[in-house]
Design a protein around this ligand. Structure first.
Ligand SMILES: [Zn+2]
Length: 399
């Protein structure tokens, strides 16, 4: 599907600009009008890291007139393996400032606007406002959902990308450009349970993968800004660097989407840390390799009933929550009892400990405490009782 250009053309290109952009100008589809649209365009790039680095470099070189950079971090030596907009002399410098200096070196005609603050519910709408297009290069789920929701409310299309080890994904989310176009929540209604998906800092990323996905994002941005080609709105690009394979899947709008569906429940910005189960570093570390699914738990409970194994299932929620729904056979020991140390005396020392809560956030935290106390085979249930009710026992209510 093609779309009308997002940006009106600027009045004129100067003689210097005509010389600079001549390789664009002689492409019939871009031409003078397309380049003038780029000159007039305001694009916000979230993150000047793995994806933001190549994206900013190519957007600047292409002649996008105004580039916003939302980034609050500083350059670390370990960034230089992939964040090619920064150099050795930038270590410990603000990434936003480092990126601005690199852009000035490539194309002094680009105006750079820095947003050197952590995006949150208080500032995201005002930061986004006024941009024609957003490129999301963030690496965490809480920010991704916030970007999606804020862009939806402001009707700003955005190009999303994600990278991990040898795998990358990209798409364009632009419900404002067509009634049947999906948002990020249509593709991923729920964030993964905490601890299930390691970050690039934990799992690593092939540096050049950033260029593969970042350049797809810029490619789509240029198409949207100038109205050429068919942007991948409603499609998901999946790239496998080891197999050297690109696949394109259709992404349908979900009529039940919490944000863009018919009966939307997300009508304003929400608590994204709570929604995504942001957990402490200790909890995230404890959960890696020690998270079981509700299907595994169901199997384990059957084995316990048959006398084939023994373990203690602990519900770490509050009593009022356990009254709403529960996993049969669980004993209730609220998280506070773990924090004050009382819970440990209630746990048998010779049995495996399995913990669950509502969604897997609190149980990841108690898991860290229990493992720290020597229960090395302790596990927690990813997705918690919410996953249990949706996948195993839909007869129970949720809350
Ligand atoms: Zn949606």
């Amino acid at each position: 599907m093609s779309f009308p250009a997002l940006v009106e053309p600027a009045a004129e290109l100067t003689i210097d600009e005509v010389r600079r952009y001549s390789r664009h100008l002689i492409i019939p589809d871009v031409g003078m009008t397309g380049q003038k649209r780029l000159k007039n365009a305001k694009v916000l790039v979230i993150g000047a890291g793995g994806l933001g680095s190549p994206a900013l470099l190519y957007l600047a070189a292409a002649g996008v007139g105004t580039l916003g950079i939302a980034e609050f971090d500083t350059v670390d030596e370990s960034n230089l393996q992939r964040q090619v907009i920064h150099g050795v002399s930038d270590i410990d410098k603000s990434k936003a400032l480092s990126a601005k200096e690199s852009i000035a070196e490539i194309n002094p005609y680009v105006e750079v606007v820095l947003h050197e603050e952590r995006l949150d519910n208080d500032n995201v709408m005002s930061v986004f406002e006024g941009y024609d297009l957003i490129i999301d290069g963030t690496d965490n789920f809480a920010t991704r959902y916030m970007v999606n929701d804020a862009a939806y409310f402001l009707k700003i299309p955005y190009v999303w990308g994600s990278i991990y080890r040898f795998d990358g994904q990209a798409s364009v989310f632009a419900p404002s450009l067509g009634e049947d176009l999906p948002c990020y929540r249509c593709l991923y209604p729920e964030p993964p349970p905490p601890g299930m998906v390691p970050s690039c800092a934990e799992g690593g990323v092939l540096g050049v993968l950033c260029a593969s996905i970042g350049s797809i994002q810029v490619n789509e941005a240029i198409k949207l800004l100038t109205g050429i080609g068919e942007p991948i709105a409603g499609k998901l690009m999946i790239y496998d660097a080891l197999e050297m394979e690109y696949r394109k899947l259709k992404v349908r709008k979900d009529p039940n989407c919490a944000l863009c569906g018919e009966n939307a429940t997300v009508t304003g910005l929400i608590d994204y840390d709570a929604f995504c189960g942001a957990v402490s570093d200790e909890a995230a570390e404890a959960a890696v390799g020690s998270t079981i699914s509700v299907v595994q738990l169901e199997h384990m409970l059957k084995e316990r009933d048959n006398g084939e194994r023994d373990f203690v299932l602990v519900d770490v929620r509050e009593p009022n929550e356990a009254e709403i729904n529960h996993i049969p056979g669980a004993v209730l020991i609220p998280k506070g009892e773990f924090l004050n140390g009382n819970a440990l005396s209630q746990l048998p020392s010779d049995k495996q400990i399995v913990m669950h809560c509502k969604s897997g956030v609190r149980s990841a935290e108690t898991l860290a405490i229990v493992k720290g106390a020597g229960y090395s085979d302790a596990v927690h249930v990813g997705g918690g009782v919410v996953a249990w009710v949706s996948q195993i026992d839909p007869s129970q209510p949720t809350y």
